[in-house]
Design a binder for this molecule. Structure first.
Ligand code: ZN
Length: 443
């Protein structure tokens, strides 16, 4: 597949780091002059922009947290007056005040370019018909992909998150070759295909570019098989841009290439804040290098990943981040063990006849914690031989204990009683606390 911007995407590391440093220094000077929030933080730390002379000095800078954007709602962190801002997006605000992001004309141009890079890496070209099934609205995904798809010259169909049946009809009639959306929505479309006995031969899909929520390898294989396409992952986070931060290449599907000329990424220990070396897993922290309306310093994403600086077999020199499956605040501590919902999902998907839909219920009865895992299984398994059912039940229970140390009661339920969710954290119902079950999804 062609590389959209070979000059940047295959730039030697030393040259790239020089570019990053120049852009970082320019960003700091702009922020110092125009964002009182950061000016105050700098002054508290006794810092001025001139103190940052190398990329290593990045660690001297203060972090930015989601709460800082919420406290500054809506425009306090903007570096330019609204007359320079041509687009405003916001998070859903489902779990607290929304975070608001703004874009200048240049920001929008850059956004289109960065998404064009990851669409190209994922296999799309100007010959493709790209169906976008993200919701068009305040969230960043649909508009971000829309611009990138137009940038590469593809034909864009802005279907939005319409009902799966309608998506299928449009896919057939308009001969869509690329599907863009959330992995859970792709599975809903696959379910509808199955439900209506629609043959894959009536579709023209070749690629799928999915993201905005974690999806294990097993789910990737399932989507590829059920929709007859090749699926790549991308990482989007609205506070620094939306989609366009990083994406997998079709050749390798082993780590997401970060657009490092726009995003300076660090991995830190989430507890101490200490910067970790490449290869080590920790929390992703992002500094924007070219954003005009809303430059952000060391944004704590709460997403857990690691960095790989080796040149990829696709030829890109841009660092790769490991796929994100967990967030620092997803961790469930139950029955004396620490476990992430995504790990439970991986275990379940190894078992034949088990659907990727499950729920974990944590309760406390008389001071004793009780964990129940409810899992969807195929109706053939539920109505078939009881000994087979017991075998599956035991297999899951033993794997959870052996692989994760999690001792749980197991309940097998019929298909479609739990259903897909947008983020693994939504799989957890924690009844130990009053606000049980209301966990954040990535916004
Ligand atoms: Zn690659």
């Amino acid at each position: 597949m062609p590389i959209w911007n070979p000059r940047i995407e295959t730039m030697p590391r030393a040259e790239l780091e020089q570019l990053q440093l120049e852009r970082l220094q320019a960003t700091l000077n702009r922020i110092w002059d125009s964002v009182p929030f950061y000016r105050r933080r700098f002054e508290e730390l006794g810092l001025i922009p001139e103190h940052i002379r190398s990329l290593d000095d990045l660690r001297l800078l203060p972090f930015t947290a989601k709460d800082d954007l919420r406290t500054g709602y809506p425009y306090d962190l903007f570096a330019l007056p609204l007359r320079e801002v041509v687009r405003i997006h916001a998070s859903s605000g489902a779990t607290g005040p929304p975070t608001v992001v703004g874009y200048t004309k240049n920001d929008l141009r850059n956004w289109g370019e960065l998404v064009a890079r990851l669409l190209s890496a994922g296999g799309a070209t100007k010959d493709d018909v790209i169906q976008i099934s993200f919701s068009y609205g305040l969230l960043t995904d649909a508009f971000g992909f829309h611009q990138g798809a137009e940038e590469i010259g593809a034909s864009v169909i802005p279907v939005s998150a319409d009902a799966p049946d309608r998506q299928i009809k449009i896919m057939q009639d308009f001969r869509s070759t690329v599907l863009v959306g959330t992995p859970s929505y792709a599975l809903r479309i696959a379910e509808a295909l199955d439900h209506h006995d629609v043959p894959l031969s009536s579709l023209h899909l070749r690629w799928g570019i999915f993201g905005s929520a974690p999806w294990p390898e097993t789910v990737r294989r399932r989507i590829e098989f059920l929709l007859g396409l090749s699926a790549t992952d991308n990482y989007a986070i609205s506070e620094v841009m939306g989609p366009g931060v990083s994406g997998e290449c079709e050749e390798n599907k082993n780590g997401l290439h970060i657009n490092e000329d726009h995003f300076l990424c660090e991995i830190i220990d989430p507890d101490s804040g200490e910067v970790l070396p490449p290869g080590q897993a920790g929390e992703l922290v992002i500094t924007t290098l070219a954003k005009e309306a809303l430059p952000i310093l060391r944004y704590r994403t709460r997403d857990l990943t690691s960095l790989n600086l080796e040149t990829c077999s696709c030829g890109r020199t841009l660092a790769r981040m490991a796929r994100v499956f967990s967030r620092t605040d997803d961790m469930l501590i139950a029955g004396g063990v620490k476990v992430f919902p995504a790990q439970i999902e991986e275990v379940l998907l190894q078992v034949e006849g088990v659907e990727p839909n499950y729920r974990v219920i944590v309760d406390e009865v008389g001071g004793v914690e009780r964990v129940e895992v409810q899992v969807e299984v195929s109706s053939a398994l539920l109505t078939g031989d009881v000994s087979q059912l017991l075998k599956v039940q035991n297999q899951i229970r033993q794997s959870l204990e052996a692989d994760l140390g999690l001792v749980a009661e197991l309940k097998l339920v019929e298909s479609r009683t739990i259903g897909p969710v947008d983020h693994p954290s939504q799989r957890v119902v924690d009844r130990r606390r009053a606000e049980g079950g209301d966990r954040n999804t990535r916004e």
